[in-house]
Design a protein. Structure first.
Ligand code: ATP
Length: 212
């Protein structure tokens, strides 16, 4: 199962966690195989895309048999580094940040928010969802080396300076929930999720591309 991961297209890679979650459920219910049509129905990705995606994983479904659930699962576990825990920090314990701290990410994947930062004195020194909140001034001193990912839920204006400090401290990936388009060096990965834009885009699609 030696797949060259650099050959997996990014669009395919983004669907991996989705497939993984569904296959884990299948496995838990004792299923040994799954067809691309069943998968397609469950994850809402068309079956041609699923077949193409899976061909990158060396998983060739057999006609009338489908895919081997155990094979796929071990592939995903390895590819998504599920045997390795990724430590995460969260900056900005406001409404959104608080929701993330309460949300149990480790239920479905191996990530854990280890610590959080804010500047609001009323939040410093508290625990939210079991995660300690420190002052941002202590970022450099408190952020452990094993933390490689940061979630940004701060006001738009502070996103860039905080990003710069995080990168200086060795953060490799940022999940940016602020509307700011942050600048980062090439080796840093930013995934940008602007909830207001997503909502607006959904409403636009409903209006202009109503399903037949
Ligand atoms: P709240 O109602 O708790 O203020 P909010 O999500 O509406 O939440 P925002 O103004 O978006 O408020 O701020 C989000 C969080 O980011 C707040 O907890 C705020 O204290 C914190 N924050 C603001 N500036 C910074 C900063 N420079 N560094 C870290 N955290 C910050």
């Amino acid at each position: 199962m030696n797949i060259d991961q650099s050959k997996i297209p990014q669009a395919t890679a983004k669907r991996l966690p989705l497939y993984y979650r569904f296959l884990k459920n299948l496995h838990a219910s004792g299923k040994l195989r799954v067809s691309s049509a069943e998968l397609s129905e469950a994850v809402k990705v068309d079956s041609a895309t699923i077949r193409r995606d899976f061909s990158y994983f060396g998983a060739l479904g057999k006609k009338g048999y489908g895919y081997n659930v155990n094979y796929l699962l071990s592939f995903f576990r390895k590819t998504l580094d599920q045997d390795e825990l990724t430590a995460v920090t969260l900056i900005g314990v406001g409404n959104l940040g608080t929701a993330f701290l309460h949300y149990n990410f480790s239920k479905n994947n191996n990530t854990k928010i280890e610590l959080a930062f804010d500047v609001d004195q009323s939040k410093i020194g508290t625990e939210v969802g079991g995660v300690s909140v420190y002052h941002l001034d202590e970022l450099e001193e408190r952020l452990p080396e094993n933390v490689t990912v940061a979630i940004l839920t701060v006001p738009v204006g502070s996103a860039q300076p905080i990003t710069d400090r995080l990168i200086q401290k060795g953060i490799k990936g940022i999940l940016n929930f602020t509307p700011a388009r942050i600048n980062v060096p090439e080796h840093i990965r930013v995934h940008h999720i602007d909830l207001a834009v997503e909502l607006q885009s959904l409403v636009y699609f409903l209006k202009h591309y109503p399903s037949e």
